[in-house]
Write a protein that binds this ligand. Sequence first.
Ligand code: CA
Length: 235
Amino acid sequence: MKLKDKVLIVEDEQSIGNFMSTVLEANGFDTLRAATGAQARSLITSHCPDLIILDLGLPDMDGLEILREVRAWSSLPVIVVSARTHEHDKVRALDMGADDYVEKPFGTSELLARIRTAIRHTRTSVGNADLAQTGKYRIGALTIDYDKHHVLVDGEDTHLTLNEYKIVALLGKYAGKVLTYDYLIREIWGPMAKADNQILRVNMANIRRKIEKNPAAPQYIFTEIGVGYRMLGTE
Ligand code: CA
């Protein structure tokens, strides 16, 4: 029998907590509940969850405080759930090491997809079994060939420049997960690069022109407005 993954739900709004726990239990997860930061702390140490769903607005502390504590000692996947619509909160959470975020109100399929992606990324470090085995990431008509450094659409080379390839390769490695603008800029242009999104935006426009059927309505790489980019995952 497959051991169930244990998800700690940190949420002070009982109806939302109940809803998440019902959905997760129905989809093969075990759940634990905490309504305060203090409860979350004690459950994290006593029960070693496989993943934490973390509300940022807790009655006794800022959820980011819990994230900071967890990241001090572990890479345990944390998905931030927040009603906050400010983009900088999402960016801050991601920069502090959150694996992803879901905005309230959220759909169940979205929540489940985010959880599966986060757990898979922690287990394998390369998020995709196909990629780990074949050196290729395939989604729809798109293939990223990590050995040959090529990106193909319908088997045809898309002639990406080196930086364009690096961007697509990185997004593909973390498919399903949002990568922030700052993270991408640091990874592609180095730690000294100016945190200027313009150059990234120009590259993305060129990438989309080369890989998307309709660059204005992308199928493969999505913009998370004010936050970063996310490549379509395999589920
Ligand atoms: Ca709350």
